[in-house]
Ligand binder design. Structure first.
Ligand SMILES: Cc1ncc(COP(=O)(O)O)c(C=O)c1O
Length: 393
């Protein structure tokens, strides 16, 4: 190891540890269920996963993955434009386009690479990208990969967005990018207002619906929830959260998808998803299309959880969705609270700077369709005990 690099790494890690910001990896010794095993302790209530609908272990998905492994093998063997496109990829893309009511869809290896794939591919140096200040890290990185000028507008603030648009009229193209559901606060982008401004100022709209897919609009996403899906040019979805597997996709016009197949770098230069993954995703979309009971249960549990926390005196911020932050404020208090919760049998993770602004640390809780009433009641009791053990109130 190069000594200079090693010294730098040791210093960086030391700083994190001395500021109580170093995050140990949580290792699950059981599948991602409502109750999990960590460090040999069974029955820990899992309030940390994005497995909104419990599909990650659904028997239909597992069976589909096993069958596809027998039929197609474990790996795709190449990037999509060489020999990595199996018929099952094309079938999934047709299924996704139909589910999202768009002309076409293209699957990527993750939601993260979907952003890296689409944003620099549809913009150039003559363009302006208008991006919400609280957009996800993968949007931020996608925007950094683009040569377009970047204008950050205040969170969900249509006035700030309009100022940015007005100042961008000399650009060749304008692209507005927003999360559909914001991953750290659980609030929803004002898509009807955004779409209206986009029309007024001749801008394209892209919605990253990683946390809206499978959750909002009966599973079809935030644009569908607001009835503006025909006015959103680019919809990004993840297949890794509510869908329960791994991957991401872009849904939109035929021209958009055709262009991405020619230029999007993760599509061109990174190996295609294995067939078992694709088959499990198809089984998940099929379930969502034909049965709303899991989505209904998710929202029912989220409402129960939120009102339970509020009843105990916790501040759940501005959340309008199952993502339920418990606002703490100070970083080290949030880290201590996370540890106290684990002692009390609940896994819920602290989100601290730089993921959120300094002084806005929180415990992010994710109730899901997997949880029983008893799980949530037990978790509320644990929150109460943990709060008094760290002196929160
Ligand atoms: C808004 C948003 N976009 C993209 C992603 C990345 O998705 P994936 O986990 O499929 O890479 C996430 C994941 O946290 C997200 O919250």
């Amino acid at each position: 190891m190069n000594a200079t690099l090693n010294r730098w790494l040791t210093g960086q890690i030391g700083d994190l540890k001395s500021n109580n910001l170093y995050k140990e990896q949580v290792v699950l010794e059981s599948p991602c269920n409502n109750r999990i095993t960590i460090g040999g302790r069974t029955g820990i209530i899992n309030l940390a996963s994005n497995n909104y609908l419990g599909l990650a272990n659904h028997p239909k998905l597992v069976a589909a993955a096993c069958e596809a492994a027998q039929t197609w093998g474990a790996g795709a063997g190449a990037v999509r434009p060489i020999t990595g496109t199996l018929k099952i990829h094309v079938d999934l893309e047709k299924q996704l386009a139909a589910f999202k009511h768009t002309e076409a869809a293209l699957v990527f290896q993750s939601g993260f690479t979907s952003n890296a794939g689409v944003i620099p591919t549809i913009t150039d140096a003559n363009d302006v990208i208008l991006t919400d200040e609280l957009n996800h890290a993968s949007i931020i990185d996608g925007v950094r990969l683009s040569k377009a000028q970047r204008k950050i507008y205040r969170h969900c603030d249509l006035g700030s967005l309009e100022d940015g648009l007005r100042a961008s009229m000399a650009a060749s193209k304008r692209l507005i990018i927003t999360d559909g559901v914001f991953s750290m606060d659980g609030d929803i982008a004002p898509l009807p207002g955004i779409v209206q401004l986009a029309k007024q100022y001749d801008a394209a709209v892209m919605v990253d619906d990683a946390h809206g897919s499978g959750v909002m609009g009966g599973g079809r996403g935030t644009a569908y929830h607001f009835g503006v899906h025909k006015d959103v040019d680019i919809q990004l979805g993840t297949l890794s959260k509510a869908v329960g597997v791994m991957g991401g996709y872009i849904a939109g016009s035929r021209e958009l998808i055709d262009w991405l197949t020619q230029r999007a770098r993760p599509f061109l230069f990174s190996t295609a998803q294995p067939a078992p993954v694709v088959a499990a995703i198809m089984a998940a979309i099929d379930l969502m299309e034909h049965d709303s009971s899991l989505t209904d249960k998710l929202w029912e549990n989220a409402a129960f959880w939120k009102s339970g926390l509020q009843g105990l005196g916790f501040d759940t911020g501005v959340s309008q969705t199952p993502i339920t932050p418990v606002m703490i404020g100070e970083e080290s208090m949030a880290m201590n609270f996370q540890k106290a919760l684990l002692n009390e049998g609940v896994l819920a993770l602290a989100i601290v700077y730089p993921t959120v602004a300094a002084g806005k640390a929180r415990i992010r809780t994710m109730p899901s369709a997997m949880h029983s009433q008893e799980d949530l009641e037990d978790a509320l009791a644990s929150f109460k005990r943990a709060a008094s053990s760290v002196g929160l109130f």
